[in-house]
Write a protein that binds this ligand. Structure first.
Ligand code: NDP
Length: 341
């Protein structure tokens, strides 16, 4: 079977480059404009929801050169229904999720009524999560689960001591706090927004720390304070998180909200046996992705997810792209695509 490219045009948010500037405008696309894989095996998905992630903010505003193909449809994740498939793994009507794989960067992304992707980008939607809940989780929440799994793999169990989550009021942070609390960890939430303390406590945080206090210089090794950490910040924050991790602990590093840089010493590694665990959500192998999504359906309390979620129509998403880069977006933002233009 071949995916029909003569289907009716559909709405999309399109990014174009104008000198050094990025323009974002709503328009229409032809199915023939969607990217076909040379190897075949593509799946055409009618997108129901996407979400707003930090990387979408970078792409839409042009604040960092994450877009490497023009024009681009932003949106690094989606949930939707297969409408046509050249892959034996997916049939029309299947509910599917895609995160990463360069969508919104090198492959046309999710802020469009349809997406065409290789079957390898997809995982089946797990039972127990609605489409909207899947994108309330989205790339950020799924990354939070990968961080939790990384800490578990390093032997960080709830009895070892508290777990620090940096950028706790953001997308990755909010979901990480919720999952870790449900799993029985004492969660210390570090946030630059003291006014969101009640929100973080409601997600399950046992203690709130200020962003500045965590990142303040304490030398190569500070007091041992936490058994593990989920760090979304990088930079001085990550350096100080490592310096305050207790003997045998581990830090899952997934982000750069503070900085891409990391100036540290080897002291935490060679004197305290601390592990630094890198977490990437973009190219994760299929089985790891499927396991993470299955666990998200069971280990993330629905009430916490709802408390951490706002929903916007895609036609209203543009102002939020700048806000997420300024750390002004709370929790997760679902972007409704179907009937959202
Ligand atoms: P959000 O913008 O939702 O959250 C980031 C949070 O970081 C902010 O809400 C804020 O939380 C905190 N923050 C902002 N600025 C700083 C700063 N200068 N120093 C310390 N903390 C700061 O983004 P996401 O949660 O979606 O993503 C977080 C990071 O993880 C991003 O860097 C993103 O690129 C990365 N990421 C990486 C993935 C991967 O595959 N490795 C996948 C998904 C995201 P608060 O107000 O509570 O302090």
């Amino acid at each position: 079977m071949t995916i029909d490219t003569d289907l009716p045009d559909f709405p999309a948010l399109l990014l174009t480059k104008d000198g050094d500037a990025t323009n974002a405008a709503f328009g229409t696309m032809r199915h023939a404009d969607l990217m076909a894989s040379e190897a075949g095996g593509d799946v055409l998905v009618e997108v129901s929801h996407s979400s707003l992630n930090y990387k979408d903010g970078l792409a839409i505003t042009g604040a960092a050169p994450v877009v490497r193909r023009w024009p681009m449809v932003p949106g690094i994740d989606f949930v939707g229904t297969v409408s046509a498939s050249d892959s034996p793994d997916y049939q029309p009507g299947d509910s599917v999720i895609a995160t990463g794989w360069g969508m919104g960067e090198t492959h046309l992304g999710a802020y469009a009524a349809y997406a065409r992707v290789p079957a390898g980008f997809l995982v089946p939607k797990p039972d127990g999560l609605s489409a909207a809940e899947c994108m309330a989780i989205g790339t950020a929440g799924y990354t939070a689960m990968l961080c939790v799994q990384a800490l578990e793999g390093a032997g960080v169990t709830p009895d070892k001591g508290p777990i620090l989550v940096t950028g706790a009021a953001g997308g990755v942070g909010s979901v990480a706090v919720s999952i870790l609390a449900k799993l029985g960890y004492a969660v210390w939430a570090a946030s630059g927004r003291p006014e969101l303390a009640d929100y973080l406590t409601g997600l399950g945080a046992a203690q709130i720390l200020s962003r500045e206090e965590v990142a303040a210089a304490k030398g190569p090794m500070g007091k041992e304070r936490w058994a593990g950490a989920v760090d979304v910040a990088g930079g001085d924050t990550l350096a100080q998180v490592l310096a305050q991790t207790q003997y045998g602990g581990a830090v899952a590093a997934c982000g750069l909200a503070d900085s891409l840089g990391l100036k540290t010493t080897v002291a935490p590694f060679i004197l305290r046996n601390v592990s630094l665990l890198g977490v990437d959500s973009v190219m994760t192998p299929f089985e790891t992705r499927r396991t993470a999504w299955a666990r998200l359906a069971t280990d993330l309390p629905k009430e916490a997810l709802a408390a951490a979620t706002n929903t916007v129509l895609v036609k209203d998403v543009l102002p939020l792209a700048g806000a997420i880069l300024k750390g002004q977006v709370k929790g997760r933002t679902v972007v409704q695509i179907k009937d959202g233009f």
